[in-house]
Design a protein around this ligand. Sequence first.
Ligand code: CDP
Ligand code: MG
Length: 679
Amino acid sequence: MPKGRSRSPPGLQRVDAGPGDTNWLTGRTYSKRFFEILKSRRKLPCWQKRQEAVDMVQKHQSSVLIGETGSGKTTQVPQFLLAEFGSGKIAVTQPRRVAAMSVASRVAQEMDVELGQEVGYLIRFEDMTSESTRLKYMTDGMLLRECQTDPLMSQYSVIILDEAHERTLSTDILFGLLKEVLQRRPELRCLVMSATLEAEKFQEYWSGAPLLRIPGRMFPVETFFTLRPEKDYLAAAVETCCLINVHEGPGDILCFLCGEEEIEKACAEIEGRAEETGKNTLVLPLYSSLPMNQQRRVFPPAPEGARKIIVATNIAETSLTIDGVVFVVDPGLFKQMLYNPRTHVESLLVSPISKASAMQRAGRAGRTRPGKCFRLYTLETFEKELPESTYPEIIRSNLSAVVISLKKLGVDDIVHFDFMEPPSPEAMMRALEMLHFLGAIDDEGDLTDVGSRMADFPVDPHLSRTIIAASERACLTEVLAIIAMLSVPPPFSRPRYAQKAADRAHKHFASGYGDHLSLLNAFQAYVSSGSKTQFCQENFLSERNMKQAENVRKQLASIARKAKLEDASGEMLTHSIRRAFIEGFFMQCAHLDESGKHYLTVRDQQMVAIHPSSFLQHKPEWVLYHETVVTDRCYMRNATTIPPEMLIEASPKFYHPERCKLHEHARKILRRALPRVKS
Ligand code: CDP
Ligand code: MG
C-alpha cells in the first residue's frame, strides 16, 4: 500500500475514497461495506452537484437547495458540508422522529462509523449522540429546545433545515430565530432543503438567498383514478394492492394509509390473501412508532422473485425513500392535527391530502423505471376538493406550546416575530388566554415563575402545569409515570383471537377513578414485574409501548431533577394525583347533561362520549379527559372522574357556580357541591 494514500485528502475530496484510504473522521481503515455503499452513493443526483452545493453554502450565510425526493439531499449534502467545513458541528433537522433516526443510522453506515459516535441523532426522549458527534440529525422540535439554553446555537457551524416544505410549527419558528442568530454570528451557515415545492417562498423569506436545484431523474408515472368515490378506503386499498400483486408485472408496491392500527390491519389482510394466491410476497408496515429494526426492513431489495408491499403513513411521501417502488396506491388521505381556536378543540383528523402531496406520492412510483399510481378517488375529487398545498402547521395548531417556548427564549413581542406566515391573531390570543388561565403568564403577558418552570418540559402546557402541581402535592413520581403512559401509543393490546382474555387481564389494572390511575397501575405492575416480556404477554400489554413509557418517565424525571422539583410520595395519593391533573386540565373537563346520556365539554359545550376503551364503567357527573378523538362521533380518550368540589377548589374562577359561564345544569351540580368545598 503506498504510504501517501493513507493520509486523507483535503476538503470535499474526503467524501470520496479509494482502496487504501483511511476514514478521515476516525483514522480507521474503511470496511468492505463502505466501498459497496459508496458505489451507489456516487450515482445519486446530489453527488454530481456536490462542489456547487458546498460553494454555495460557503459563499452565502443562507441558501436553499431543492431536489426530488431520493436525490440524496438528507443523506449526502450534510456529509459534503462536514468534509468541507472540517471543524464544528452540523445540525440537520427533520420534522419526523423516525426520519431522524433512520437517516442517522444510514449515514453512520455510509461514513463507516458507529451510530451515536461521529454521526448521531437527537429526538424527544432519546439522545443518541456523544462527545464525538459531528453530524447530528435531530427533530426540529429538539433544536428549538436546545435554543432555550443556547440561543446562539453556538455548538453548530452549519444548520440544515431539511424537509422545509413540510412547514411544521417548529421549523417555521426556527426560521424566525435563525434569521436573528445569523445576524449575530456572521460565520454561521444555514441551508434550507426541500422537495420541489415552494422554492420561491423560501427565497423570498431569506431575502434572495441563492437556490441550487438538483436535477431529478424521473420516469413517467401513469395515473389512474376510480370512477366512483370509494366508501371504505381501507378495504379499497387492500383490494388494490392484492390486484396489483396478481395482475401486474414485477416491482414493489407502496400503499399510503393513515395510522398504525389500520396499517397493521391492512398488512394482515394483504398477507393472508397473498398466501392464498401462492405469490412470493413480503408485506411490510412502516409508521413512526415501529421499532428501528423493523423499520429498516423496508429498505433492502426483496429477495429474487419476490415482491415487497410496503404499507406506510405519510412518512414515505418525502421523508424516507424506498428504492424499487413501481406501484403506488394512494387513498388520498392523511392524519392531520387540526385545531379550532374558536372551540379550543385540537384533534387528529383523517383529512384529504393536497394536490402537491398527491403528486409527491405518485412520484414515488417513477424513481427507478416507469410506474403506475392508483388513486382511490375520482378525478373530480382531485380537481375540485384537494387543496393546492397543505396548510402550514402554524396556522392550524394550538399555539400555547409555541408561545411558552418563545417567551422562554426571550422573544417577548410575539406579535411582531418574523414568521414566514404569521398565525391568526385569534389563535394567538386564545393561546395567551389559556396560558394566563394556567398561570404561566401574568397580566402583562410575561412568563411567570410557574410558566418558566413549565417550559423546561418538552410536553404540552396542560401536562407541564400538571407536573408542577404534582411536585407541590407530593405525587410527582406517580404523575410522571402517568404522563409517560399518556404520551406513548395505547399499551393495552386486544388481539382479535383473544379479546375476552385480554379484557380479563386488563381488568386487574382497572381503577374505579378511571383511566389515568389505571394507567398508573399498569405501569407500576410492569416496572415491578420479574420478567417483563412474560408479564406483557400474560397481561396483553405491548412491551414496546411499555418500554417506551419507562424511557419517557426516566427522561421526564431527569428534567424534574435538574429543575429541582420536589419529589416525595405523600398520603392520599389518588386524591393528590387527580388534584394535580385538574390544575393542568381544568379546561378539559366535561359534565353529564340533564338526560344523563351525553357529556358536554366545559370549554365549548360540545357533545362528547367516553371512549369505548375506557376503564370507566359508569358515568360520573364530571370527568377530566386527556384528549378528544373524532371517529364516528367525538370521544374523550383517557378520562377520570373528578368530584365537582375539587373543580371549584382548583379553579374557582372557572368553576364557581355563581361566577362561571357554564351551562345551567352544570352550575346546578356545582351548587350542590359547594358546601363540601374546602377553602
Ligand atoms: O433526502 P432525499 O429525499 O433527497 O434522499 P435521501 O434520503 O438522502 O436518500 C438517498 C438514497 O439513500 C435513496 O436512494 C435511499 O433509498 C437511500 N437510503 C437508504 O438506502 N437507506 C436509508 N435508511 C435512507 C436512504
Ligand atoms: Mg430527505
